[in-house]
Design a protein around this ligand. Structure first.
Ligand code: PNS
Length: 162
């Protein structure tokens, strides 16, 4: 049986840490869906379409990766699409409580859905989309934080982000 998994997130915007997890997942599983979703606790800076476009450019060349955006519950989407696991990156212990809560909630909503955590590459333990937004809005260099192919577009949009 083919393994189909989802890497969900708000990707506001995509970082090299996200790309590392997606790339590694694409080597471990047959089909990888990257889900650009709404995080009820955050107001995104980029539109869903922008976030999807950046991801599509950044994963260009990974043949088994598909980028989708949807509203609603991740657990329900997984059930509808035959997705058997959620794959997420864990950066540090500080991520754990939040991720653990989500994993248990998703498992309760869809008992067939597992959550698999990949330890993030040590190079990216400090990296987050919020950090990218903060650095760029203050005129800092984000070239080692985001994929090169979308760097200029992200920077242009974040120049005046407050
Ligand atoms: O990158 P983020 O913001 O940490 O990702 C969180 C996200 C978007 C994966 C999470 O908020 C989510 O799954 N949202 C979709 C709605 C949903 O299913 N909520 C209940 C999950 S606990």
């Amino acid at each position: 049986m083919k393994t189909k998994i989802i890497c969900p997130g708000s990707f506001d915007p995509v970082t090299l840490g996200h790309i590392d997890i997606i790339t590694r997942a694409s080597k471990m599983f047959d089909e990888v869906v990257v889900g650009v979703l709404k995080n009820a606790e955050k107001t995104p800076c980029f539109t869903t379409d922008e976030r999807i476009c950046f991801l599509k450019e950044a994963v260009n060349g990974l043949d088994n990766v598909e980028i989708v955006g949807f509203d609603g519950l991740l657990a329900e989407y997984a059930k509808d699409k035959g997705i058997t696991a959620i794959v997420k990156g864990l950066r540090a212990v500080s991520d754990f409580e939040y991720e653990f809560q989500q994993a248990l909630t998703n498992k309760k909503l869809n008992p067939n859905l597992e959550t698999v955590f990949l330890t993030c590459n040590s190079e990216f333990t400090y990296l987050s989309s919020s950090m990218v937004k903060q650095v760029a809005s203050l005129g800092g260099d984000i070239s080692s934080f985001v994929p090169e192919c979308v760097h200029d577009k992200i920077l242009e949009r974040l120049k005046n982000f407050k």
